[in-house]
Design a protein around this ligand. Sequence first.
Ligand SMILES: C[S@@+](CC[C@H](N)C(=O)[O-])C[C@H]1O[C@@H](n2cnc3c(N)ncnc32)[C@H](O)[C@@H]1O
Length: 273
Amino acid sequence: MGGKGKAETRWRLPRRLFEGPSYEAASGRLSVEADREKISFRLQVFEATGPHKTVLDLYAGKGYLAWLYAKGCEKLICVEKNPKYFRVLQRNLSEYGGKVALYCMDNLKWLECCLNVEEPITFVDFDAYGTPALQIQRFFAKYPVRRLMVACLTDGLIFNLRRMSNADLRRLYLQDFYLDGLAGKPGEPKSIQELGEYVFRIQSGLLDVLAMRFGFQAYPLYFKVNKRCTASYSAYLLLPKLVGAADFKRYVGLRVAKYGRRISTEEGSGNPS
Ligand SMILES: C[S@@+](CC[C@H](N)C(=O)[O-])C[C@H]1O[C@@H](n2cnc3c(N)ncnc32)[C@H](O)[C@@H]1O
């Protein structure tokens, strides 16, 4: 993406989208420009898997991402709890009129009261400050994956583990890196840089568990720790669980082997229907 003009940012987002209050996170105020990699990865996946039916943005903020999604979907649902950002969101998405539904409320409440399981969601975005693990769990506990869809995450797991988690998490799961009292100087963790692989495993593990529990499949598409090492950006391709065992040989008319014996396609492979 290029073409930086006076009226646009480097991501071709109109500068007017950035008017209004600055985002605030636990680590302080965030830059007015949306993160380059956050947008790039999300849009690549969005475009590769579109056009989309319903897009659900559970952390819509002022709507930088939502504004980009709005062009490539039939319907956009945005949830934002902060009235200050919500007012800007309303203004920013006003040009998309009827295809947009905006809710100023906590997303957990929205998942409980407003999520319609019949809504054909093909793209769901969890662009959180902090970690959206609870929202992810609540979403999949309620919404059945019936078609191909994508989930994009911004997960502050790293930041939480480094600054805010209780000691048990570190001692029990991350003892290689947090060596309090076991080796090295007690209380002095090793470099956060070395946590990257762990964080991906923790996150994809959560998706795997939810997939098993609620009957779908989840495949990681990308995983990237942001420049400030406070959060990761990632996405998962989701599919319904396939029921029954597929026999690819039989589909193309080949003979299939059963218990070491060659049998004809007429005899069948004993593949359960
Ligand atoms: C990283 S910002 C979102 C940026 C946005 N995706 C964009 O592209 O402009 C996270 C937003 O989520 C909102 N938020 C945090 N917790 C929330 C919750 N429980 N329910 C709804 N919104 C929440 C914050 O107020 C903040 O505006």
